[in-house]
Design a protein around this ligand. Structure first.
Ligand code: GDP
Ligand code: IMO
Ligand code: MG
Length: 456
């Protein structure tokens, strides 16, 4: 493929090198994708987020300083690195500005950021709708559908729903065109009038003013002008990069088991978190991917509601939560904790075609005499070896555990596999053998340097 006058002139799919990589979560999110992206970013020319929104919280620790990324790809921490928010992301533009300002205050160069003109916008009324729906579900009385999802209330589901419904949906490019913006906001507000009127009852005048058309339009136009220099057709710009021999790292948000199609529906998020989302969420064909790195922590966590078969509600769970600092990066909620569920991980590796695994937070498990790993489920009288991607059915599954030896010494300064106690090495081998995918990277602490590269 060559660039002539800024246009893609010829495409020959068979000749495209598979020189791109993807980082995907193999569990329920928070697996350490941010750290993995930070490790792989130097080998790529651009880092691209392709799904999710400000529901994500990716933490990266560089030289003892912690950065929390929500919308901006974690690769931004390398000066001048191209960091792209693809069309598949739902962008809360006010959160984006907050994040940009926060990074700038820490001295991070954000000049490499590009935002897709076709990414859909999370509007203030999407966040209200998210909360109205969650409160309604939390109030119960809706049978099997009852119970809140435990969303981040960042408007993710309603923004994706608006995109699919089309009428009244607002894309980043619409923020730059006041007339278009006015028409779309008026239409959206009319379509949501019933819900917003009900929400407005009992609210203060100040709160109600936030859903007045003029207030919304003025704020949206203003934030659009601030972001205008970054808004462009990122699909074209990425293909320009690929055409010149460049390589891209794709950063997934959330996790495979939260994927809207392949996760534990309905306790999922609104987007395609799996690697296939690269095609729709960035416009880059998945066959360009040579490496799909599946990130998994050495145990399980989940934020929000929905089944977590290996959940530990006892002192063991408490100990893992405290050692792993398992509190949400985005909402601060304590994460639910459980033993490693390899039935779930194997399923996720299959869905994503993982070529390698990055095993994180292994250090958190130090100090246990024995560790449990779910290797099958029992449902009634049946023992099953396949994951069940449905919340109601999965909630009836009881894990069947394999007990393995624990390791007592701290491993946070290990630099190579040989530095690890034999039981920790055996744990890694157990994962590889069960999942059928090699462990490429082992992470033994949040820092960049607390990493063991097993394979390049
Ligand atoms: P993400 O959403 O997948 O990027 O993961 P989060 O950043 O939300 O959560 C992972 C947490 O674990 C963050 O606080 C990381 O700094 C931290 N972390 C990552 N890898 C390790 C590790 O190997 N050991 C420990 N102790 N912490 C880690
Ligand atoms: P990262 O990228 C963990 C969960 C929410 C909730 C469900 C739906 O940091 O791994 P949503 O607000 O998306 O409609 O919520 O999905 N969830 C996450 N859990 N990590 C995440 O992102 C998540 N993004 C969404 O807690 O259960
Ligand atoms: Mg996270």
């Amino acid at each position: 493929m060559t660039e002539v006058g800024g246009r893609v002139s010829r495409i020959d799919g068979a000749k495209q090198p598979a020189n791109c990589s993807a980082v995907v979560g193999l569990q329920w999110g928070d697996e350490g994708k941010g750290k993995a992206v930070d490790l792989l970013a130097p080998r790529h020319d651009a880092v691209v987020r392709y799904n999710g929104g400000a529901n994500a919280g990716h933490s990266v620790v560089v030289a003892g300083q912690r950065f929390s990324l929500h919308l901006i790809p974690s690769g931004i921490l390398y000066p001048g690195k191209r960091a792209v928010i693809g069309n598949g992301v739902v962008v809360d533009p006010w959160k984006l500005v907050e994040e940009l300002d926060g990074l700038a205050a820490k001295g991070v160069d954000t000049s490499g950021l590009e935002v897709s003109s076709r990414a859909h916008v999370v509007m203030p009324y999407h966040k209200i709708e998210d909360s109205v729906r969650e409160d309604l579900l939390a109030a119960g009385a809706y049978g099997d559908n009852g119970g809140a999802i435990g969303t981040t209330r960042r408007g993710i589901g309603p923004a994706y729903a608006e995109k699919v419904q089309r009428a009244g949906a607002i894309r980043m490019k619409d923020l730059l065109d006041r007339r278009m913006l006015e028409q779309r906001v008026h239409l959206a507000l009319e379509l949501k009038a019933g819900m917003l009127t009900a929400w407005g009852r009992g609210k203060s005048d100040d709160e109600r003013s936030t859903i007045e058309a003029k207030v919304i339009i003025d704020r949206a136009y203003e934030v659009g002008r601030r972001l205008a220099p970054m808004i462009r057709d990122t699909t074209l710009s990425l293909h320009g990069l690929l055409g010149g021999g460049g390589s891209i790292l794709f950063e997934s948000a959330n996790g495979t088991l939260l994927d809207v199609d392949h996760g534990t529906f309905p306790f999922v998020t609104g987007s395609s978190c799996v690697v296939a989302g690269v095609g729709t969420g960035a416009g880059v064909p998945p066959m360009r991917l040579g490496r799909v790195l599946g990130i998994m922590k050495a145990y399980s966590t989940r934020v929000g509601a929905g089944p977590l078969p290996t959940e530990l509600s006892d002192t063991t769970g408490h100990r893992i939560r405290e050692r792993g600092r398992e509190y949400g990066t985005t909402t601060g909620r304590p994460r639910r904790v459980g033993w490693l569920d390899l039935v779930a991980v194997k399923y996720s590796a299959m869905i994503n075609g993982a070529t390698g695994i990055c095993l994180t937070l292994l250090d958190v498990l130090a100090g246990f005499d024995q560790l449990q790993i779910a290797t099958a489920y029992r449902v009634g009288d049946d023992q099953i070896s396949d994951f069940i991607p449905d919340a109601a059915e999965l909630s009836r599954a009881v894990p069947v555990y394999t007990t393995v030896a624990g390791f007592s010494s701290e491993i946070t300064s290990a630099k190579k596999l040989e530095d690890l106690p034999s039981a920790a090495r055996a744990y890694i081998t157990f994962v590889e053998d069960f999942v059928g995918v090699p462990v490429d990277i082992v992470s033994v602490g949040p820092g960049r340097e607390q990493t063991i590269f097993c394979r390049d």
